[in-house]
Design a protein around this ligand. Structure first.
Ligand code: SG4
Ligand code: ZN
Length: 261
């Protein structure tokens, strides 16, 4: 119908015009985590992040989110433990958020949606030579997902919020140094883990997801600055960067494991 044509082709963010699905995909992300169906895995080690704030390079608006990117030429910023067989290097982090506080996260917990979700993206530097190679391969990536809820002001996040106006437009890039993203982790180390995919094209099924149980708190004004960014480049019609999340995908034949009882 004209309506579905419009939904699929006109109102779609350009990022999604190439590929909406992986034909035959069996481990797509995000998912709804059903707490009672997740299985406690007593052998799951704690997840250990070790980040060197000197590896933080810059922040840029790629037209879908803002990314804080890290120097991944060495093992200075890595995650290990949990479901991971070896250390994975930090490449970048970014967020997904909604136009308001009623939605915005990609994952949900017993259908509960959060206003935003942080993703710390790492790649397997033991098995692969580059991030680009790891994206396409089994056990290539490990993404830590952290829910944001509205509450108290987050002082450490504010350093990032303060720089956001400088990357308002698509393709803008600003130096952003000396930031240790472990300050954005919740104090509770409990997590769920499952095998999934990237949540944007190429949607490759290369991601070990680690979803922290406890959200972090940020205040409304901090999220308001996220929502003031634009999908559009300088000179284009202004389109606000909001609702940059993928809809839930079927669990299919997968088990979500928990690190806690
Ligand atoms: C966001 O669109 C980032 O901007 C992308 O970063 C990222 O792609 C994509 O999300 C998917 O990542 O953790 N949500 S996710 O599955 O990290 C990659 C870039 O395009 C490959 C650089
Ligand atoms: Zn993401």
């Amino acid at each position: 119908t004209g309506c579905s044509y419009k939904l699929r082709n006109v109102d779609l963010h350009p990022l999604w015009k190439g590929q909406l699905d992986i034909p035959g995909g069996t481990r797509q992300s995000p998912i709804d985590i059903r707490v009672r169906d997740s299985i406690f895995h007593p052998d799951l080690a704690p997840v250990k992040t070790h980040y060197d704030p000197n590896t933080c390079l810059h922040i840029w608006n790629n037209g879908y989110a803002f990314l804080v990117e890290f120097d991944d030429c060495t093992d200075k910023s890595v995650v290990s433990g949990g479901p991971l067989e070896n250390p994975y290097r930090l490449k970048q982090f970014h967020f997904h958020w909604g136009v308001n506080n009623d939605w915005g996260s990609e994952h949900t917990v017993d259908s509960k949606v959060f206003p935003a979700e942080l993703h710390l993206v790492h790649w397997n530097c033991t098995k692969y030579r580059t991030f680009e190679e790891a994206i396409m391969e089994e056990n290539g990536l490990a993404v830590i997902g952290i829910f944001l809820k509205v509450g108290r002001h987050h002082e450490k996040l504010q350093k990032l919020v303060d720089i956001l106006p400088s990357v308002r437009y698509k393709d803008s890039l600003t130096e952003f140094n000396y930031f240790d993203p472990s300050c954005l982790l919740p104090s509770c180390s409990d997590y769920w883990t499952y095998a999934g995919s990237l949540t944007t094209p190429p949607l490759t099924e290369s991601v070990s997801w680690i979803i922290m149980k406890k959200p972090i708190e940020v205040d409304h004004s901090q999220l308001a600055v996220f929502r003031s960014l634009l999908y559009s480049a300088v000179g284009e019609d202004e389109k606000y960067m909001v609702d940059n999340f993928r809809p839930l995908q079927p669990l299919m034949n997968r088990t979500v494991h928990s690190s806690f009882q």
